[in-house]
Write a protein that binds this ligand. Structure first.
Ligand code: DOR
Ligand code: ZN
Length: 353
């Protein structure tokens, strides 16, 4: 039995860290494990310009604990709206800090009201992204209320993604947090310009947990957890070694009060144990040796950024996830609160084997 693995330090290619005191509370969990993270722009108000992304970047660096200052780099994104101009894409690309533009269909999820109402309104901007080679990051769910919540991803592929890829064949697209067998098949068959992130919670859980003994708001996220066959397809993709699939936690903190609510927010906080949760999912299927490429190589390669050169070690060591974390005067309930995990990550200054 393997009791320890050392891998190149991973990156998180999809992360929500919020702002202000909430940002200060959650950022260290990510910065301790990951060298870089793609920072989602769905703040209130959303990060719609390069100037706003630069300011957010500075706020993130300002709250990084001193010990982690040189070890962590936030990679910024812009929030695409119907009004994003092609000139903004040029500014973003040349800023050196913006690595992608996020498409939220309006109304699809948390703080997506300012999102895109009709993708056709963005064609000129998408063309600029294709020209300047700035990736599009996609929340792939339709917002049509007639579509069943469990089918929103599949219908998005058919209605939006397939035509988009045909129109912009050289636009790099990250299909974020894929949750279905259909999405995995689409990405596998698509050109090398198309890749996908997979969360730890979608690898570990199926939709049954949402209703185990009652309604469980801490398992509610978007896209919603799917049935077991879809979870299995995600695991197969993650461990396949296919460079189109890589790590993106979608760790999305909301206060306990906003989760345990008659209209609870979507989002699961996983940053407290992100790489350990992925290690758990990979070990369950005997594929721990596949973790490094998924967590540390494929994303960097797709984003055309250098791979990291520091290391992290995962030790087989039991620890219990705390019941809650501090969250700017409120409580944050992490995934697997009060539950024992079998892996613990520590820094590894040099590779030990
Ligand atoms: O569960 C989710 N939470 N999905 C999203 O797309 C947004 C995120 C958030 O910002 O809370
Ligand atoms: Zn997200």
């Amino acid at each position: 039995m393997v009791n320890s693995i050392t891998i190149i330090r991973p990156d998180d290619w999809h992360l929500h860290v919020r702002d202000g005191e909430q940002l200060r509370a959650v950022l260290p969990y990510t910065a301790k494990q990951f060298a870089r993270a793609i920072i989602m722009p769905n703040l209130k108000p959303p990060v719609v310009t390069t100037a706003m992304a630069l300011a957010y970047h500075a706020r993130i660096l300002a709250v990084l604990p001193a010990a982690l200052k040189s070890a962590f780099e936030p990679l910024m994104t812009l929030y695409l709206t119907d009004n994003t101009q092609p000139e903004e894409i040029f500014r973003a690309k040349t800023s050196g800090i913006v690595q992608g533009v996020k498409l939220y269909p309006a109304g699809a999820t948390t703080n997506s009201d300012a999102g895109v109402t009709d993708i056709a309104k963005c064609y000129a901007t998408l063309e600029a992204m294709e020209t300047h080679d700035l990736p599009l990051l996609v929340h792939g769910e339709v917002t049509d209320p007639a579509i069943d919540v469990f089918d929103k991803e599949k219908v998005f592929i058919d209605r939006v993604l397939v035509p988009l890829v045909q129109r912009f064949p050289h636009l790099r697209i990250v299909f974020e947090h894929v949750t279905t067998r259909d999405a995995v098949a689409f990405v596998k068959e698509a050109s090398s310009f198309i890749a996908a992130t997979i969360t730890a919670h979608h690898l570990l859980l199926n939709r049954n947990v949402l209703f185990q003994g009652g309604i469980r708001p801490h398992y509610f996220c978007l896209p919603i957890l799917k049935r077991e066959t879809h979870r299995q397809a995600l695991v197969e993709a993650a461990i396949s070694g296919n460079p189109k699939f890589f790590l993106g936690t979608d760790s999305a903190p909301h206060s306990q009060a906003n989760k345990e609510n008659a209209c609870g927010c979507a989002g699961i906080f996983t940053a407290h144990a992100a790489i350990e949760l992925y290690a758990t999912a990979f070990e369950q299927v005997g594929a721990l040796e596949k973790l490094e490429a998924f967590a540390s190589f494929h994303g960097a390669d797709f984003y055309q950024l250098p791979r990291n050169n520091s290391y992290i070690t995962l030790n087989r060591e039991k620890w219990t996830v705390p019941e809650q974390y501090e969250f700017s005067g409120e409580k944050l309930i992490p995934l697997y609160a009060n539950t024992e995990l079998n892996w613990k990550a520590v820094d590894a200054p040099v590779k030990m084997h």
